[in-house]
Write a protein that binds this ligand. Structure first.
Ligand code: NI
Ligand code: MN
Length: 236
């Protein structure tokens, strides 16, 4: 089963049998990052959108490690132009990877470089690897089609923003849990910057009072084994 490690903000690494996935590796300039960009290992890097706190160090890590960046079309082209190996996909599509699959879904947000160049639609991902399904919501507001994601996948873990201001806050994230119905939820995208203060323990209390989902609050650098308690979708 994969090992999920929180790297701070919305950055995670997922160590799978056949390789390591980094998600939104914002490390340099991230006051809560648990590792430096030059220490990061990756075979695949999922990037939800172009904002600096998500694209982060993806391009430099991809170039150093040879990892493939998976992103929606415009963002993938932007990374490719800077010398990274990419898979461009788009919402509704699935990137087939040596270590598993990554399906792209909506996120209600925007996507641009920090100087304002348009980078297409922001996305969220379901990563399937080693029999586990992991959802990373990226930056998003609450949206009703999260229910479709919960219908399609039994999610072992959902990684959800709770910081408010730029994304959903605690109350909307609890509603997102009710739509996604994951076994476990881990809060992210809070406390990194002044505007996104939220109490992860309040989120945990509400989730565990109002839903059947467990909540694990991870400190940057902390890991958990993804247990894969969902039924396998298919054999082989
Ligand atoms: Ni953003
Ligand atoms: Mn963000």
């Amino acid at each position: 089963m994969p090992t999920l490690t929180y790297l701070g903000h919305s950055a995670f690494s997922v160590a799978c049998t056949r390789g390591t996935v980094l998600i939104d590796p914002f490390l340099e300039g991230n006051p809560r990052a648990s590792i430096k960009a030059k220490e990061a290992e990756a075979d695949v890097i999922l990037v939800t959108h172009g904002h600096g706190d998500h694209l982060g160090d993806a391009i430099s890590i991809a170039k150093r490690t040879g990892a493939t960046i998976v992103a929606s079309f415009e963002l993938a082209e932007y990374c490719a132009k800077q010398g990274a190996k990419v898979i461009d996909a788009h919402v509704g599509g699935t990137a087939h990877l040596p270590l598993g699959e990554a399906k792209l879904f909506n996120a209600v947000h925007s996507s641009s470089t920090d100087d304002g160049a348009y980078l297409g639609q922001p996305v969220s991902f379901v990563l399937q690897a080693d029999g586990a399904n992991i959802y990373h919501a990226g930056d998003t507001a609450l949206f009703g089609d999260m229910g479709l994601i919960g219908d399609e996948f039994c999610l072992d873990v959902a990684l959800l923003p709770i910081g408010g201001h730029y994304t959903m806050g605690v109350k909307d994230a609890v509603r997102a849990v009710k739509l996604l119905r994951p076994v476990l939820v881990v809060p992210m995208h809070y406390a990194t910057f002044p505007h996104i203060h939220a109490d992860p323990l309040e989120f945990k209390r509400l989730v565990e009072r109002e839903t059947r989902t467990e909540c694990e609050v991870l400190r940057p650098g902390q890991s958990l084994e993804v247990l894969g308690r969902c039924e396998p979708a298919e054999e082989g």
